[in-house]
Ligand binder design. Structure first.
Ligand SMILES: [Zn+2]
Length: 228
């Protein structure tokens, strides 16, 4: 890891997943919409990264106003973002039960980092390097990598780093923010949204501290050196 020279901030877009029209994401074990969790998490992580002085952050949507994914990627390009990191929470398999009308599952906890090998090989290699670095730094910080049992046919596990998966949906259903941006992009499923233990943990400021530190380190591990 290498800190940029003082006064230089690496430009990173944090994408608060969902919040596009007719796209609210999952419903958690607290019946919270995923789009609401991702916006809160993106703001919290952006504040922490920006406070290091090493990063300039933009969040892909700042409020409840719907912003389409294409618009988010175009904005990132116009701004000259050096990385595009999409935040989501995951739902894996069927809920085991409902509590207070909300779906609950304890079977598939953990984070995953998704990437795409579609398109230009050099860009693809940089996506993979970022995905592996994010997962490695998260694992090092004590986050549990998801094993991938429910991903069969959708995502393929990385042979090198636990918690990393490449998109294997049929081509027309692949994730836009992984294959479209011209800067390296990854998607972090921070936890299983149906798991009350994980949802409670992601409410803790210390979890956001640890995640922001891991993400920041991974970015500095893999971004190309800034121009002199
Ligand atoms: Zn999502």
């Amino acid at each position: 890891m290498r800190l940029p020279a003082p006064g230089i901030a690496r430009r990173v877009v944090l994408d608060a997943g969902h919040g596009a029209s007719n796209n609210h994401g999952n419903t958690s074990c607290r019946c919270e919409a995923e789009e609401s969790f991702t916006l809160t998490a993106a703001r919290a992580v952006a504040d922490r990264l920006e406070s290091t002085g090493a990063f300039a952050l933009r969040i892909s949507r700042e409020s409840d106003r719907a912003v389409e994914y294409r618009e988010r990627v175009e904005e990132a390009e116009t701004w000259g973002a050096e990385a595009f990191v999409s935040l989501h929470s995951d739902v894996r398999g069927q809920p085991e039960r409902h509590v207070g009308g909300c779906p609950v599952s304890n079977l598939s906890p953990g984070f995953s980092v998704l990437w795409s090998d579609e398109g230009e090989p050099a860009l693809s290699a940089r996506r993979l390097a970022l995905a592996r670095a994010v997962a490695a730094r998260m694992e090092e910080a004590g986050f549990l990598p998801y094993g991938g049992a429910e991903y069969t046919g959708l995502y393929e596990p990385d042979p090198v780093q636990r918690g990393v998966f490449v998109d294997r949906h049929e081509p027309t259903k692949r994730i836009f923010v992984l294959r479209q941006p011209t800067m390296p992009s990854v998607l972090v499923e921070t936890h299983h949204a149906l798991d009350p233990r994980e949802v409670a943990r992601w409410d803790e400021p210390s979890t956001l501290d640890a995640f922001a530190a891991a993400l920041g380190a991974a970015l500095l591990d893999t971004l190309e050196p800034e121009a002199p």
